[in-house]
Design a protein around this ligand. Structure first.
Ligand code: FAD
Length: 353
């Protein structure tokens, strides 16, 4: 187990932001992870788990406690069953499962970070979410002081949410198990309209697995959603805000404001959400754009990506406070324009929006 003191955390995040940790521990086995967590809990030391740092906004003052970087390795295939150690690089695991001819996570290619973080916010993109293929999550339960295996149902997955996100200080994910599909080299049915259009197929069709993965990677790169150290549009946490889900009444109020502001002919993006269809999901990117925060917005060191309105980015010299000031400006602008309050997707450490 590697241990450093007063260690900078910014280089461990895709924003390249945040002050130092009092102590930074890197664990390469499950036993080391559990030992480090137990030690922190027994001594009452605040603990921050870090995977790939691609969904973290760490305050400029840093973290006064132990930051535990999970660097475990393990990619085990048994037929269509896949088990990943938490520290596995997610996008590499997707590439290897596609190479093995297995479908189910090919549209999640290019998402940065670790396998162990994927269940936390039920990672999703281009019509797939990990909740559709995860069978079990092995985690250390800090409350019970033991390692537990949670079934898919027990993970309580929903849109960008799970039991793990609900109880942020309770579980440390050690392993994630998936049931993939052998569809003879074909992908899972293509669900996302943009992907289907680019592939020239109908929604529900299957395409070659490698084609599906490569198409998604290309679409993502065009939006600055594949990490590239040379491109500041990717010094981000991907989408900074989740898509708002509105109750029907709220939606009617929102629609009224859209019509007042943009004209009665304008129809905002709207998708049924939830079991009863009584809730409606709209697009955070659309709201931000229509509230006047277009691509590249901002004049300081933190700006909206030039490729995607939903990504807030560090142009190189930003501080976390710069980023939060921009985020607050966007939240206030969207609220004033449309009466909808955006919620941040990345996890904040020592700061709030
Ligand atoms: C360019 C870019 C594009 C992105 N695109 C997408 C996308 O399309 N879809 C999407 O859903 N997300 C996307 N993201 C967000 C991010 O990549 C995912 O949320 C990813 O799963 C985070 O993984 P990580 O290992 O980097 O987590 P970190 O940022 O290290 O941690 C995130 C949170 O999870 C916790 N955590 C991490 N590992 C563990 C563990 N083993 N056990 C318990 N808690 C843990 C941390 O404490 C923290 O609270 C994108 C980010 C970037 C930078």
């Amino acid at each position: 187990m590697q241990e450093l003191h007063d260690a900078p955390l910014a280089p461990l995040t895709t924003f390249r932001l945040g002050g130092p940790a009092r102590r930074l521990v890197t664990a390469t086995t499950d036993d080391e992870v559990v030992a480090a967590v137990r030690e922190a809990d027994e001594t009452g030391t605040p603990l921050l788990i870090i995977g790939g740092g691609s969904n973290l906004v760490i305050g400029d003052k840093g973290f006064d406690g132990t930051a535990l970087r999970i660097a475990t390795e393990g990619f085990a295939l048994d037929g269509t069953r896949l088990e990943l150690a938490a520290g596995e690089v997610w996008t590499d695991a997707v590439a290897r499962s596609v190479e093995a001819g297995l479908a189910g996570i090919e549209c999640l290619a290019g998402i940065p970070g670790s396998a162990g973080a994927t269940p936390i916010q039920n990672v999703g993109a281009y019509g797939q979410e990990v909740s559709a293929t995860i069978t079990e999550v092995v985690a250390y339960d800090r409350r019970a002081g033991e390692t537990v295996t949670l079934t898919n149902a027990e993970c309580a997955f929903s849109y960008r949410h799970s039991r793990f996100k609900e109880h942020p200080d309770r579980y440390v994910v050690l392993r994630v198990r998936f049931a993939l599909e052998d569809a003879g080299g074909l992908s899972a049915p293509v669900k996302y309209p943009e992907t289907a259009r680019v592939l020239g197929v109908e929604a529900g069709d299957r395409v070659a697995l490698t084609t599906a993965r490569e198409t998604v990677l290309k679409l993502r790169a065009g939006k600055g959603m594949v990490l590239d150290p040379a491109d500041h549009d990717t010094w981000s946490a991907g989408s900074f805000f989740t898509n708002p889900i509105l109750a029907r009444e709220q939606y009617e109020d929102f629609l009224g404001r859209v019509h007042d502001r943009l004209g009665p002919e304008v129809a905002p993006p709207a998708f049924p959400a939830g079991e009863d269809g009584e809730r409606i999901k709209t697009s955070a990117a659309w709201l931000i754009d229509k509230a006047g925060f277009t691509k590249g917005y901002g004049s300081g060191p933190a700006r909206i990506s030039t490729k995607h309105t939903l990504a807030l980015t560090n142009r190189g010299e930003a501080t976390t406070e710069d980023l939060l000031a921009l985020a607050r400006e966007v939240v206030a602008g969207v609220r004033d324009a449309f009466g909808v309050t955006l919620v941040n997707e990345p996890v904040t450490v020592g700061v709030e929006l």
